[in-house]
Ligand binder design. Structure first.
Ligand SMILES: NC(=O)c1ccc[n+]([C@@H]2O[C@H](COP(=O)([O-])OP(=O)(O)OC[C@H]3O[C@@H](n4cnc5c(N)ncnc54)[C@H](O)[C@@H]3O)[C@@H](O)[C@H]2O)c1
Length: 355
């Protein structure tokens, strides 16, 4: 069995909750380094995941180690670009968390750098490995929906602004709010299920309403609270977004909220075809409705850990050299989409994409 040696850069939530558990299960992977600027975080990860051999605070130690084949970039968004570019220059394959980076232009530079280096660069749009998404993508390819003309999605929560005042809510560090943080997953999985849809034109509006005064924002437990800085930090990102997109395959409309004054969590994607339709409950099962028989059924398939599937396939891609569904080349269209949605919101106008 070929063993692939990796380093994990960034030992925060996604490292501990998703990739370290996955990599620990993969026999074909050796985790030589866990790196974090905050040594205690790397040490705590080593404690939880004994497969980690060494802890470091400078990722260059891992990049200059010839034994390391690939690195996992699990840092906040603002560091994705620099760490990934350095890793590619050092001849490493990279699995970088979503979003690619804070804008489309830098995302394209990362794709070019990977191509030039002849290395695999994957992006962690993990939903492409969710079993429901895989099944819906196949059903669409098989024509089960007939003409799939519209997709609607909602990613709305009641009180879920993360780390208020910290990196998540500071545009210069995150690239945006709920659209880039949650919308990236929904819009990317939609483009994927539609079979690589290309954007024609779009319109979007973003709002930063619920925590204009950060100190008076009422929350019920704030995820990423350890990064929050309500006293001195910044909140200049979207907590609500709405948009409409025309593609060469179907139209898409969406609403997203990190927070709203409606006490509900509505997270689903509706696929409307002239023969059949489906509602995908986010990260869960879906309901399929046949327009001819008026029968509906709820899917009841197994849902393996999507991060495990994603990481296993990345390692396979590293070793075969064959680019897979999460290769950056296949994610650029959704990065472009996010960028143009923000541009449309900035100018309050519909935008026609360059041909
Ligand atoms: N795929 C998903 O479902 C999913 C879910 C959550 C987060 N994410 C993405 O994962 C990334 C990390 O998010 P998180 O919630 O784990 O953040 P986090 O703040 O919990 O962890 C990030 C860690 O990176 C460390 N770090 C920052 N710069 C570093 C550097 N130069 N070298 C080494 N370590 C460095 C920080 O100290 C921190 O411990 C983000 O890009 C986020 O969008 C993806």
């Amino acid at each position: 069995m070929k063993v692939t040696t990796v380093a994990v850069i960034g030992c925060g939530r996604i490292a501990n909750g998703a990739h370290l558990p996955a990599l620990s299960q993969l026999e074909e992977v050796r985790i030589k380094y866990a790196c974090d600027l905050i040594i205690e975080k790397a040490e705590a990860a080593k404690e939880r995941f004994p497969k980690i051999e060494q802890v470091i605070t400078d990722y260059n130690v891992a990049l200059s180690d010839p034994e390391v084949d690939a690195v996992f970039v699990l840092t906040p968004n603002y560091a994705h670009y620099t760490v990934t570019m350095d890793a590619l220059k050092a001849g490493k394959h990279v699995m970088c968390e979503k979003p690619i980076t804070v804008n489309y232009a830098l995302s394209c530079e990362m794709a070019e750098a990977a191509e030039k280096a002849g290395k695999i660069l994957n992006i962690g749009v993990c939903n492409r490995y969710h079993r429901s998404v895989e099944i819906l993508e196949q059903m669409n390819r098989e024509g089960r929906f007939g003409d799939l003309y519209h997709v609607y999605c909602s990613f709305r929560a009641f009180r879920a602004i993360p780390g208020l005042g910290g990196a998540f809510t500071t545009k210069a560090q995150s690239g945006g709010g709920v659209l880039i943080d949650w919308g990236v997953h929904y819009l990317d999985l939609i483009l994927y299920i539609l079979g690589g849809a290309k954007i024609k034109n779009l319109t979007c509006d973003t709002y930063c309403e619920m925590a204009k005064d950060m100190k008076s924002y009422k929350y019920e437990g704030m995820w990423a609270e350890d990064t929050s800085d309500v006293e001195n930090g910044t909140n200049d990102v979207d907590d609500f977004v709405t948009g409409y997109i025309r593609t060469d395959k179907a139209t898409i409309s969406f609403n997203g909220a990190w927070a709203q004054n409606v006490d509900n969590r509505d997270c689903y994607v509706d696929f409307l075809g002239d023969k059949a339709g489906a509602r995908l409950d986010y990260c869960s099962q879906f309901t399929f409705t046949d327009g001819a028989t008026l029968e509906s059924y709820r899917s009841e398939h197994e849902i393996p850990d999507m991060y495990l599937c994603e990481d296993r396939d990345f390692i396979k891609s590293v070793n075969s050299g064959v680019k897979n569904r999460n290769n950056i080349e296949n994610i650029l269209e959704s990065a472009k989409l996010l960028d143009y949605l923000y541009r449309s919101a900035e100018v309050s106008k519909e935008i026609e994409l360059d041909k």
